[in-house]
Design a protein around this ligand. Sequence first.
Ligand SMILES: NC(=O)c1ccc[n+]([C@@H]2O[C@H](COP(=O)([O-])OP(=O)(O)OC[C@H]3O[C@@H](n4cnc5c(N)ncnc54)[C@H](O)[C@@H]3O)[C@@H](O)[C@H]2O)c1
Length: 255
Amino acid sequence: MSEHITGRYEGKVALVTGAGSGIGRAVVLRLATEGASVVGCDVDADGLAGTGKLLSDRGQHANLVTADVTSQSDMDGLVAALPGGRIDLLANVAGIMDYFLPVTELDDETWDRVLAVNLTGPMRLCRAVLPLMRAAGGGAVVNVSSIGGLTGSVAGSAYVAAKHGLIGLTRSVAFLYAEDGIRTTAVCPGGVATNIGRTAVPRVPWAFGRLEKSFGRAVRTADPDEIATLVAWLGSDEAVNVNGAVITSDGGFTS
Ligand SMILES: NC(=O)c1ccc[n+]([C@@H]2O[C@H](COP(=O)([O-])OP(=O)(O)OC[C@H]3O[C@@H](n4cnc5c(N)ncnc54)[C@H](O)[C@@H]3O)[C@@H](O)[C@H]2O)c1
């Protein structure tokens, strides 16, 4: 991680999902470095412990909570853990893939889980924190979508539908709450070196073969911190005029 310590987040509170790995972990580290008080959640307790160790090695701290974004009660507990009931940035980062399943081979369980984690979870957290932001006079939401939210050629049907849906949610919230001083944006990464491969084992060879043809357009694989820098900027006051934007960070994959 490059050390740009700006203090942009001094005195601010951020809630980050998916904090135990990959992009979410990088967002926690970056926001903590920039002075934020961070509450991070993940289903993976070991992953959170790893994030906590990286923070403590740097003399930093975050409130890391084992919680599932598909559980309403877990999310209620997370929001209750916000210091002073305040939140300046919600970063919806947690996500899973869908084994590259085409719709004809898609089982209900995969569809339900991918939609629950990648779309319903962010909606519920928006629903929970927007009243706090409105009462405080503003805030920011950054949703991590994907280039799978812009094209059908990089994942299976459930992931593509969920990530397109997350962009729709982003635009709806951006429009409806702009007058409350709340900015909502989406980031669409291309390939990033993380642990998301756990749900990215292809299950249907013919469909994966067709998708693979598009992967040749990938120019480079990003480091998670390269996505975290964008999330941190979008969530900061420097991006005061940026609302409803959907920004790719894919090295040119979709150009
Ligand atoms: N890695 C990529 O190439 C890539 C590309 C585009 C978009 N993304 C998106 O970036 C986001 C972060 O993924 P990543 O690549 O860092 O993957 P990752 O697997 O390294 O991290 C995702 C984290 O989310 C957590 N998580 C999963 N389900 C959860 C749940 N129900 N509740 C709470 N936490 C949960 C996982 O335990 C994991 O720690 C995802 O939304 C993903 O779709 C990733």
